[in-house]
Design a protein around this ligand. Structure first.
Ligand SMILES: [Fe+2]
Ligand SMILES: [Fe+2]
Length: 137
């Protein structure tokens, strides 16, 4: 997967849209699952994984790279810390996918935990990382 080729400002808009829509997509997976439609819920979780994979590549490969080029690695440290959440987030996504293979009993909890972690992470990106990058354009 390669970073999306968009100007930084538009890319950040896109990332914010995804922050706004991911919780509803995750809810969708839970609702679909709860109605007993397992084969319908799986693609929704797969879509969350796909969206987040691209999203993370863009944040690390474009947004962070831009920041480091502009202000250097040392000054970028607090922002690098925010993006280090990505490892844990993708682990939670994989955990959610795996729990669907073993009977879905844990999937709802996994997805709700993912949603909570994402909410905190997105808030930090929108309050700290994105404004910093936009101020340097
Ligand atoms: Fe992120
Ligand atoms: Fe993000």
């Amino acid at each position: 997967m390669k970073p999306r080729e968009l100007p930084i400002k538009e890319l950040i808009e896109k990332l914010k849209e995804e922050h706004a829509s991911l919780p509803a997509t995750i809810d969708d997976a839970v609702i679909t699952y709860k109605t007993g439609n397992l084969s319908g819920a799986f693609p929704v979780i797969a879509e969350v994984r796909e969206t987040l994979s691209q999203h993370i590549i863009d944040e690390e490969g474009v947004v962070l790279k831009f920041l480091i080029d502009k202000i250097g690695k040392e000054a970028s440290e607090p922002y690098i810390k925010i993006l280090q959440d990505h490892t844990g987030i993708m682990k939670m996504v994989e955990q959610s996918v795996e729990s669907t293979y073993t009977g879905w009993t844990e999937t709802e909890n996994d997805l709700n935990a993912l949603k909570e972690t994402l909410a905190k992470h997105h808030k930090q990106e929108e309050e700290e990382l994105f404004p910093k990058v936009l101020s340097l354009l």
